[in-house]
Ligand binder design. Structure first.
Ligand SMILES: C[S@@+](CC[C@H](N)C(=O)[O-])C[C@H]1O[C@@H](n2cnc3c(N)ncnc32)[C@H](O)[C@@H]1O
Length: 215
């Protein structure tokens, strides 16, 4: 795997170079390599890690990112580690999760936490510039609608979109494959090229990742 310099693979496990306090953020293993502290980014804990593990995709190290569904910041913390330039605008509407997200943002320079409902970009638009990457991981029925709404508002032309889709949240009764097909069509009909589609099992069952480009 060709990794950016702030990531390493050790015994098949992925680690990111800690840019925080040196403490574990979400119970992850910390190792020291060449005198530097690295945090394990396990695919069981983060869908982005699962995507990178399965596809060897290189996550852009220099970009402004709008992240919808930040929760306590598990994945956000690893993106923060690998981001050499740019800011993560991390939107989360659960106050409980947000409390932890704020603590994480306090000890890192590249996270702006936003307590808002992602369905209302007009409420946080003044805080977010046009972005290079739109990342979405919300377990909601209207995941495609939310992604398109925010991409229209914030994602630059040519920008990268990563949509983590939970099929059972969209339609519990439908076959995941049918849900994925409908979402894929929706993305293509709304100005996106689907570059990669992959199911995230065994790490996240009934989840798939769409990596798309805004054309
Ligand atoms: C699966 S969790 C996200 C996990 C996180 N992305 C990670 O990898 O560390 C989904 C999160 O989306 C949040 N969420 C769901 N709908 C939302 C909305 N409309 N606006 C903001 N956050 C939302 C939930 O509160 C929850 O914390």
């Amino acid at each position: 795997m060709d990794l950016p310099h702030r990531m390493i693979l050790k015994d098949g496990r992925l680690f990111t170079l800690d840019q925080g306090s040196g403490r574990s953020v979400h119970g992850e293993v910390i190792i020291i390599s060449n005198g530097r502290s690295y945090r394990e980014w396990a695919p069981w804990r983060s869908k982005l890690s699962a995507l990178i593990k399965k596809t060897e995709m290189a996550f852009p190290g220099k970009s402004n990112i709008l992240y919808l569904g930040a929760a306590q910041g598990t994945t956000v913390s690893h993106i923060s580690d690998i981001l050499e330039e740019g800011i993560i605008f991390a939107v989360e509407f659960s106050e409980t999760a947000f409390r932890k997200l704020i603590l994480l943002a306090r000890e890192r320079k590249n996270i702006v936490p936003i307590l808002e409902d992602a369905f209302h970009p007009e409420r946080f638009g003044m805080m977010v510039p046009p972005v290079d990457v739109l990342y979405q991981d919300v377990s909601q029925k209207e995941q495609l609608k939310l992604f398109l709404l925010n991409s229209r508002t914030f994602l630059k032309k040519g920008g990268l979109g990563i949509l983590m889709l939970k099929s059972r949240s969209v339609d519990f009764t439908a076959r995941p494959v049918d849900v994925y097909e409908e979402v894929s069509r929706g993305l293509r009909e709304n100005g996106f090229k689907v570059e990669t589609f992959i199911e995230l099992d065994p790490f996240s069952v009934d989840h798939a990742a769409f990596v798309v480009r805004k054309i």
